[in-house]
Design a protein around this ligand. Structure first.
Ligand SMILES: [Zn+2]
Length: 309
């Protein structure tokens, strides 16, 4: 069994909107009502099944005193844990987790993450996209800086997949289909390595101590290299293929629009192309000019192409 076989398909259950009962969550009923309102106005009903399934039986525990439960969502028991001090702001991020989670066959499906006894995958991309949606629909919050790398990777992935499809796959907790989507331009292994790289960054960025600093920093840089290389290569292949089709159709407007979007994407890759070495405070370039040229020229299938100078 390879890794892709381990990623399970999340079969949708049919349940649509009924009256939402806010009684058991009085302390945050205003925020929850606002959240539901924004979701109904921005997403189609077929993508809100998990929200409708979970919202009425949700429990909210504030200052529960469990160290590992500070501002988190437990999809197995459908509980949101919040710290009292920032509960009103933190609840939105957790409500996105609630809206994209279900638990069946001993497996948690949560956005682009899945976990059970044999596998845990996709936490980093899920946290990034959760925070991206939180900021898009409810503004910034304290997590803005904590998840900035994951948000950036989720955003770049969304530029490849498309906004509507990406939010649909997230809300339906469909990692399998996201993987299939990215496999159009990559091997399964490449896709799994990309998802794992963001998982590593997410898991280890705050776990650096003096004794492991060097090793973790090197692994984090390598993870950034894998993720950025994957994203640039995937977008470029998709662009090269799209341009060919539009050229055959002689659709100049589409070619112009796609070219502008391609340059925007490349700009995003260049903008965040450095990390600071925790030991020396030196800036490290994640992808060198040579590597950037290698990625783009091989995606275009023209080995001598110089795109970056
Ligand atoms: Zn989260």
């Amino acid at each position: 069994m390879n890794n892709n076989d381990m990623i399970l398909a999340n079969k949708k259950s049919e349940r649509l909107y009924n009256d939402i009962n806010y009684d058991n969550k009085k302390c945050l009923s205003k925020e929850i009502a606002k959240f539901v309102d924004v979701m109904i106005n921005n997403f189609s009903d077929k993508d809100l099944t998990n929200l409708y399934n979970n919202i009425n039986s949700l429990d909210i525990i504030i200052d529960g005193g469990y160290e590992n439960h500070q501002n988190s969502y437990d999809p197995v028991n459908n509980i949101i844990y919040l710290e009292k001090d920032n509960a009103k702001s933190a609840v939105y991020h957790e409500l996105f987790h609630l809206s994209s989670s279900c638990y069946k066959d001993d497996t948690v499906f949560c956005g682009f993450a899945q976990w059970n006894d044999d596998l845990i995958i996709g936490i980093g991309l899920t946290e990034g996209y959760t925070q991206l949606l939180r900021e898009r629909y409810f503004g910034d919050d304290d997590l803005k800086h904590a998840y900035s790398a994951e948000v950036n990777y989720a955003y770049l992935t969304e530029l490849i997949v498309g906004k509507d499809k990406m939010s649909c796959l997230y809300l339906n907790a469909n990692l399998k289909e996201l993987t299939n989507e990215l496999c159009q331009y990559n091997s399964v292994e490449d896709v799994i390595n990309f998802i794992n790289a963001i998982d590593y960054i997410n898991a280890y960025k705050f776990k650096v101590s003096d004794s492991n600093k060097k090793e973790i920093f090197q692994n984090i840089i390598d993870s950034h290299r894998i993720a950025r290389k994957f994203l640039l290569s995937t977008y470029t292949k998709k662009f090269a293929e799209g341009i060919k089709i539009k050229a055959l159709e002689n659709d100049q407007d589409a070619i112009t629009q796609m070219t502008i979007s391609f340059y925007d994407f490349v700009g995003e890759i260049i903008d965040n192309n450095a990390a600071v070495n925790m030991e020396t405070n030196e800036e490290i370039i994640i992808l060198s000019t040579d590597v950037l040229n290698e990625i783009v020229s091989s995606a275009f299938g023209s080995p001598d192409m110089i795109f970056f100078k």
